[in-house]
Design a protein around this ligand. Structure first.
Ligand SMILES: [Zn+2]
Length: 71
């Protein structure tokens, strides 16, 4: 298995693990699945959703399908 790496986090943004997942309400703690910013191009971390890796993968499914179709 080779999961995609974590999304790059812009400088100065707090650790997304400190926020709950906006999709499923998952709360991170050591050993649990990571959280990531859903929109790293948002103006500020507050403008971006934070999602756990499971929800992030769900959100990305349409996008990767598009990418595959374009190939
Ligand atoms: Zn989640």
């Amino acid at each position: 298995m080779s999961p995609t790496g974590p999304a790059p986090r812009p400088d100065g943004w707090p650790d997304p693990n400190e926020r709950t997942c906006d999709d499923c309400g998952h709360v991170w703690f050591a050993g649990e699945r990571r959280h990531e910013y859903a929109d790293v191009e948002a103006a500020s971390p507050e403008d971006s959703d934070v999602v756990c890796v499971l929800c992030r993968r769900q959100r990305e499914r349409p996008r990767s399908a598009e990418r595959y179709e374009g190939f």
